[in-house]
Design a protein around this ligand. Structure first.
Ligand code: ZN
Length: 523
């Protein structure tokens, strides 16, 4: 497939991976070790044939025979002498249709004016918050740069802004968390929830002093290992809980707690997906937001546990209706083309768009599995299986048999999933190329959220194996790499607006001038 080779060598966006490399290589990649920039950057190779064949070149060649070329010989400054005919941009690729006749002072003055205007616009639209995003989230950056800048991010965002969120218990204890809707919500309490996070909850506030919090941000080992540590998970849980209970959208004039309101709305609509605006979250908890994007499996697991507890605390009976609350991440500030998704995105959160070309039926997937020991009949389990790890039973605790074990059909819980084929939108496929596609897995309440022909955007986890057990046990097809959807939004409305033909537009124009139009449209 030659399009791989023709593609730019840097992927569209490298995801957020901060643990892509083993820790000990980070510095060497980030440092300016010339040997690490050998051939693969595709430039800097000088064709010797273009050098003029003068006497100097001959001398240098001779020296090379002995002990290499002396780049700092006596007249090396001569290489930098002024050469008007060569010190110019070549005209290929330059747009010379615009002649800039300003001098440097004028250019600088214009530039300052433009920046002042942009800043004023940001202030007006409230976009200044976005500027506090780590730069990596805006940049289509290289891997090296990201690793290089990482320590700075870690330091920069430790301190909360003084106007930031209050700790939920400090002054809300006892009189409800939502002043705007006093009757509906109750103050959460750490009681009677069979969840470790929750029963430990009273220790949350005391568990991490400032020093501990600082240490939580100092990732040791790979990030993916780090976020599976108990204390780190408790820390993430604490911070996310605070966020859910105390985040106030600066645009909200009543100063409502954004997510308490959204939880109330979710419950009223009898839904079980809570949408978290990534840009809001990263503004408050930049490090954890980056962990979420970089190691989404573990971090989402913690967040969903917290989400569940917060929702069921605020709405006690809701647990009788839904067993689980899904945390959906909206507004992830990266966007990748399907054709640019690479190995480096693996197990990170990505956002891609395209047209649904196929939608499978709904398949069952093992979620909570029990096994029968064929030797002694003991029921083993339940084992909880997610998309990332396959449950393997070592030996029977009763008879120490190493198997075989068979799935206990009655006591095994399945969850449903559906597979979409997402194909690049026609507009972005380079001329003469075939459109690329990705398999997207929909789970739970995302099933049936999109149908063939619709243009959608998927935020999800790029993963290389959806369900190992399906492959090995049931002979389901092996998916090489798939995107496990976390959030799906439709672009259909936008899309159909583009499909107005000129005739349509002319017709609309004509109708709009018809004085009887309001009677016709609204009889
Ligand atoms: Zn047994």
């Amino acid at each position: 497939d030659d399009s791989e080779n023709n593609a730019p060598s840097t992927p569209g966006s490298p995801g957020f991976s901060t643990d892509r490399l083993p820790p000990n290589t980070t510095t060497s990649r980030g440092a300016t070790d010339p040997s690490s920039y050998s051939d693969d950057d595709g430039e800097a190779e000088v064709d010797p044939n273009v050098l003029p064949e003068d006497d100097g070149a001959t001398v240098i060649r001779d020296e090379e025979e002995d002990d290499g070329e002396d780049l700092f010989n006596d007249d090396y400054l001569n290489d930098y002498r002024r050469m008007d005919e060569q010190d110019q941009y070549e005209s290929v690729g330059l747009d010379d249709s615009i002649e800039d006749e300003r001098n440097l002072d004028e250019i600088m003055a214009d530039r300052r004016a433009a920046e002042a205007e942009l800043h004023a616009r940001d202030v007006r639209t409230g976009a200044t918050a976005d500027r506090k995003l780590p730069r990596m989230l805006h940049d289509q950056d290289t891997d090296e740069d990201m690793n290089f800048r990482r320590p700075k991010r870690h330091r920069a965002n430790f301190r909360q802004p003084s106007g930031g969120p209050r700790t939920p218990r400090s002054d809300d204890d006892g009189d409800g968390l939502t002043p705007s809707s006093p009757g509906r919500s109750q103050p959460y309490s750490g009681g009677d929830v069979p969840m470790t996070d929750q029963t430990d909850d009273d220790g949350y506030e005391d568990e991490f002093d400032e020093e501990d919090e600082m240490n939580m941000y100092r990732v040791q080992g790979t990030l993916r290992e780090w976020v599976t540590r108990d204390e780190v998970r408790r820390f993430i849980a604490k911070k996310f809980k605070e966020f859910l209970l105390t985040y106030v959208n600066p645009k909200n004039e009543q100063g409502e707690f954004e997510y308490v309101r959204l939880i109330n709305e979710m419950v009223l609509a009898n839904k079980c997906s809570l949408e978290i605006d990534y840009k809001q979250f990263i503004y408050i908890h930049p490090n954890i937001a980056i962990w979420l994007a970089d190691a989404p499996q573990s971090v989402l697991e913690v967040m969903e546990e917290v989400g569940k507890n917060v929702v069921f605390d605020l709405h006690k009976n809701y647990r009788n209706i839904h067993q689980k609350i899904y945390v959906r991440i909206t507004n992830l500030p990266v966007y990748d083309q399907i054709r640019n998704i690479r190995q480096i995105h693996l197990n990170t959160m990505i956002r891609i768009g395209g047209v649904v070309t196929r939608r499978s039926g709904v398949f069952p997937q093992l979620q909570q599995v029990k096994y029968d020991c064929s030797k002694c009949g003991t029921v083993l389990g339940p084992f909880f299986q997610n998309s990332y790890t396959e449950v393997r039973v070592g030996s029977c605790p009763e008879c120490q048999s190493k198997g075989p074990f068979t799935v206990n059909i009655e006591q095994t819980i399945y969850r449903n999933y559906q597979k979409l084929t997402l194909q690049e939108s026609p507009g972005i496929v380079p001329a003469g190329r075939l459109p690329r596609y990705k398999e997207v897995i929909l789970l739970n309440d995302l099933i049936d959220c999109a149908r063939p022909g619709e243009e959608i955007e998927v935020t999800g986890i790029y993963t290389n194996n959806f369900d190992l057990s399906l492959n090995t046990k049931n002979g389901f097809p092996v998916f090489a790499t798939v995107v496990e959807a976390n959030y799906v939004s439709k672009k259909q409305d936008l899309f159909s607006a583009y499909k107005l033909t000129d005739e349509d537009k002319a017709e609309i124009e004509k109708l709009s001038k018809d004085p009887r139009i309001s009677e016709r449209v609204c009889p």
